[in-house]
Design a protein around this ligand. Structure first.
Ligand code: DAT
Length: 206
């Protein structure tokens, strides 16, 4: 600690003392918050499959521990809805209830969020939006295999054709954080994983 007895010596020691602290702080690695990545798209495009693979690959390649948040599951488990839509057999989630639940999770960072809707999330909390797209024939087969009713299949395919999810993303997030990727064949998965990891690195997010 500088000795205030001699002013000249004091100044010199004081400056030296401050510089040393500054240099030390520069070299001490600060813990960087990991980004929040939203994986979105019409039901059946491959959000859940991609989210799981991305989490695994980020761990394997980069040693990073991301959490996987399936928002649909969270809504059902925590009952974050006020109504159930009997016609389509889905919950009509309550945006405020979901955001209250997500707030501390998003503040921590390091989340891969998997959900078909995106506009209600706080824009500033999302660092990258991955929008998956799939052609109608493939989407039909996937939704049929899932046991959806014809009505629910048609509704979802219409959403993809009308670009509902895509429009929602483009209206809610800045263009430079949106990545649109084709998710039709198994090979697309590996290509998409590499692309997303590259983008995260180039944007200095990981
Ligand atoms: P979502 O979470 O968007 O509803 P999912 O991950 O459950 O979709 O995938 C739906 C089905 O499609 C599932 O059986 C896995 C398969 N699938 C996902 N991505 C695929 C891809 N790129 N190529 C082939 N099949 C894929």
């Amino acid at each position: 600690i500088p000795n205030p007895q001699s002013p000249m010596k004091f100044n010199f020691i004081y400056i030296f003392y401050l510089l040393t602290i500054k240099i030390l702080l520069y070299f001490i690695p600060m813990e960087k918050k990991l980004p929040n990545i939203l994986i979105t798209g019409t039901p059946g495009v491959g959000k859940t499959s991609f989210s799981v693979l991305l989490q695994e690959k980020l761990k394997e390649l980069k040693g990073l521990d991301f959490k996987n948040i399936n928002i649909g599951k969270l809504i059902n488990e925590k009952k974050l809805y006020k109504q159930w839509n009997k016609e389509f057999d889905v919950s009509e989630f309550d945006e405020d209830m979901v955001n209250d639940e997500l707030e501390p999770i998003l503040n921590e960072g390091g989340n891969i969020l998997d959900f078909h809707s995106s506009s209600f999330l706080p824009e500033k909390a999302i660092n990258l939006v991955v929008l998956l797209r799939c052609n109608n024939t493939e989407l039909y087969d996937r939704l049929k295999a899932r046991g959806y009713s014809d009505k629910k299949i048609t509704e979802n395919i219409d959403c993809e054709i009308m670009e509902v999810t895509s429009e929602e993303v483009k209206d809610s997030y800045k263009e430079d954080i949106i990545v649109e990727l084709k998710s039709e064949k198994i090979e697309d998965m590996e290509i998409n994983l590499d692309k997303v990891i590259n983008i995260l690195e180039n944007k200095n997010l990981i």
